[in-house]
Design a protein around this ligand. Structure first.
Ligand code: PRP
Length: 238
């Protein structure tokens, strides 16, 4: 099958977030005996398994829930941060054992106690405006939220903002930039998501993939088995 031909009705389409999460997902699929993309990917954005059973759509991480909600993909893998921020309506049948990090509020280390006691409107920079708005709204704090697309730690350093809401994995980026975590907003890991219609229309195929992954994860999570999909220290998920 070539990228410009329509997939068979029985083909399962899965949207993967390009980068480390896609690599970890493919390692998990391989270990669970699921079909993998054939050949060298290069810059191709749609990859098909040798048996034609699976088609992999290599998407920007933040776009995975969009592909899945609209049915352009039956399945997807993304971080819980991306999914909750997107507000997309999909099924989430299985958490995956990688992509662990947390979404946190952080403040300059020399004034870490101020965030929730601001008399006036704090300015907050983040890549997660919806989750950040939810967090402050729930606490009755009228925050001004400024969206950046990366390196949000810059915000307090250059006077753009008082606070940041961002992913923390090892904490080394915060530390290197003179910031400290003051609240954990949500714990994050990767999640398998499924289009709601596909879950019913392709039920046997969808359930078979979920069952294989679930069985494999149960096998490796028995005592004494190493978790080979554990996220390596470094950058968090988009
Ligand atoms: C992520 C996140 C933090 C950093 C956290 O950024 O936004 O900046 O990783 O990881 P740490 O706690 O292990 O230091 P990423 O590298 O994805 O780049 P970005 O800031 O440009 O989004």
């Amino acid at each position: 099958m070539t990228p410009d031909t329509a997939p068979e009705a029985s083909t399962l389409l899965i949207a993967l977030p390009k980068g480390r999460l896609a690599d970890q997902t493919l390692a998990l699929f391989a270990a669970a005996g699921l079909p993998l993309p054939e050949g060298n990917a290069g810059r191709k954005l749609i990859l098909t398994s040798g048996d034609g059973a699976m088609r992999y759509i290599m998407a920007k991480p933040g776009d995975v829930p969009t592909f899945v909600e609209y049915g352009a993909a039956d399945f997807g893998v993304c971080g819980l941060d991306t999914l909750r921020e997107s507000r997309r309506h999909v099924y989430e049948p299985l958490l995956l054992p990688f992509g662990y990090c947390r979404l946190s509020l952080a403040a300059p280390a020399n004034r870490p106690d101020t965030p929730l006691r601001y008399a006036s409107q704090p300015r907050v920079v983040t890549k997660y405006p919806n989750l950040t708005a939810d967090f402050f709204r729930a606490r009755g704090v009228n925050a001004e939220i400024i969206t950046l697309h990366g390196s949000v730690e810059l915000g307090p350093l250059v006077g753009l903002a008082d606070l940041i809401v961002d992913l923390v994995e090892t904490g080394s980026t915060l530390k290197a930039n003179g910031l400290v975590e003051t609240r954990t907003i949500m714990e994050i890991q990767a999640v398998l998501i499924v289009n709601r219609a596909a879950y019913h229309l392709k039920r046997a195929a969808v359930e078979s993939v979920i069952a294989r992954l679930r069985q494999h994860l149960a096998d490796v999570q028995r005592p004494g088995q190493a978790d080979s999909y554990q996220s390596a220290p470094g950058a968090g998920m988009d």
